[in-house]
Every structure is written in structure tokens, then in C-alpha cells.
Design a protein around this ligand. Sequence first.
Ligand SMILES: [Zn+2]
Length: 109
Amino acid sequence: MRIDEDMREVFEEMEEEEKLEGGRCRHVQGEAKPHSISCHMDTGDWDILCKGCAEKRTRPPYYTIPLERFFVSNFETVDWIAHLSEKRWFVPKKFIGLFRNLRGLGGRV
Ligand SMILES: [Zn+2]
């Protein structure tokens, strides 16, 4: 059945999206430029995504912020952190883990 096959492909693609190695999409895991940070609002886990993957996570349960907005100025970064820390789903330890992950990308961030 053609429709079943198509659906299977869609589901496989969705599953693949969820399985992020080390909190990075497979494209960023490769050579793609990191574009956004994205939090799972149900767990507080953060991922680093390329532009294409970030565009698929613009709504809950994801909270996605383009890096160029997060780091646009010193004040904006301070404001983002203060803002995020007020969210119910914010887990400080996981947020710090995100920065370790970003550091691991070196000059690509
Ligand atoms: Zn990606």
C-alpha cells in the first residue's frame, strides 16, 4: 500500500527528529551551522538545531530561540536568561548543560 509506506516514512522522519545525539540535530552534529536553541517544555531539555530543524519547532511543546536573537547584545542575553528563569519548565542544570554543548561547537556558535 502506497499510503502506508508514505506514512511509515513520515513516522520514521518524526522519530529521527526526536532522537538527537548529544542535544544537537544530526545536521549540527555534522557541518550545519547552529541556528537556534530549543527547549522541550515537558522535560526542560535543550537542543541545538540547524535552521531547517528549528523551523519545525516553532510551537509548544518546544520553545525555540534563534541564536542571533539570544546573543544580539549583552542586554538581550541577560534579558533572555532572566525571562527563561521565570518559566515553569526551566531547569537550571539543563540550561547550563546547553552552554557546555554550545561550547563544544567552538567557533561555530
Ligand atoms: Zn537540523
